[in-house]
Design a protein around this ligand. Structure first.
Ligand SMILES: NC(=O)c1ccc[n+]([C@@H]2O[C@H](COP(=O)([O-])OP(=O)(O)OC[C@H]3O[C@@H](n4cnc5c(N)ncnc54)[C@H](OP(=O)(O)O)[C@@H]3O)[C@@H](O)[C@H]2O)c1
Length: 263
């Protein structure tokens, strides 16, 4: 390890410093925390220093650890994650926490504020502290939610909102969400219902009740039915499921959104 303050508490085999570890290898690093005064200096002029209370292990972390990239994005992902060694030592795309300190130019946040934030490809949420630009994807945490509940909104909801906002879903439209029980899909079902759509969710039978409770008008169990062959058409079709079905066969794209409505 290049930093002598870091201590490997994970044990197990490792290919050596710098190399990509196997996906089942987990290392917990601990380093001496800077004093409170030094922590306050960690934030740059326009940055917010957040003490992390909750983060997630998302599909993005899985992809980063497994170095699996959607088709056609292999080179880009390799460059972003590191060709020979990991560029991101600490994963975690989103956080919920409390602002510990703010930089000199920060006007939107103050110490003590409870926030949620998306770190995106910067990662780093699986740590005790993270610095985030005040103009980045950071906002107040809903007061009626715990840190754990609030952080679960970030990854899926931002993705679902980004894709649904590229459509013109209006009351009465039919929307199919393929992968309706996942992080992205659960958000998509709720957002589409908010827009007044009639929503069909596709997931395994085990999650039928969950997706129904989120508002889906109809649920298709992909283990027993195939929505592609039932002859039903939809105004908007959103794919929010893994690209591969685990048997090496390509299925629908990871996140796809198409609309028959003019956009
Ligand atoms: N492009 C982007 O910006 C972006 C952002 C976020 C996520 N993504 C991608 O979007 C995908 C979904 O992410 P996520 O975080 O929502 O994943 P997730 O939480 O793991 O959810 C996966 C969903 O897919 C369903 N599913 C699994 N196999 C299926 C099949 N054969 N047919 C239909 N549904 C199936 C699962 O249903 P059951 O659990 O009921 O089996 C679950 O609803 C991932 O591939 C992720 O990499 C892309």
């Amino acid at each position: 390890m290049d930093d002598p303050r870091l201590r490997d508490r994970g044990g197990g085999r490792h290919p050596g410093p710098g190399a990509h570890p196997p996906i089942d290898h987990f290392r917990l690093f601990q380093r001496t925390l800077p004093s409170r005064i030094h922590r306050c200096r960690l934030a740059g002029p326009g940055e917010v220093l957040v003490k992390v209370h909750a983060s997630t292990v998302s599909a993005a972390d899985h992809r980063a650890r497994g170095r699996t990239a959607p088709k056609g994005l292999g080179l880009m992902v390799a460059l972003a994650l590191g060709v020979f060694r990991p560029r991101k030592r600490v994963l975690g795309m989103d956080v919920a926490g409390v602002v510990e300190a703010v930089g000199a130019d920060v006007t939107l946040f103050a110490p003590g504020d409870e926030v949620i934030a998306m770190l995106g490809g910067t990662f780093g949420g699986h740590a005790e502290y993270v610095c985030i630009p005040q103009g980045g994807a950071i906002t107040a945490k809903p007061r009626n939610m715990s840190f754990e509940e609030a952080v679960a909104l970030v990854f899926g909801r931002i993705t679902a909102h980004a894709f649904l906002s590229r459509t013109t879903v209006k009351p009465g439209d039919t929307v199919l969400v393929n992968g309706a029980s996942g992080a992205v899909g659960t958000a998509a079902v709720q957002l589409a219902k908010e827009l007044g759509a009639r929503v069909t969710g596709v997931c395994s039978g085990a999650n039928r009740d969950l997706v129904t409770a989120l508002g889906a008008d109809r649920v298709i169990d992909y283990t027993t039915e195939d929505f592609l062959t039932e002859g039903q058409s939809y105004d908007v079709l959103m794919g929010a499921m893994p690209r591969s079905n685990g048997r090496g066969r390509a299925s629908t794209p990871a996140v796809r959104c198409c609309s028959s409505s003019p956009t």
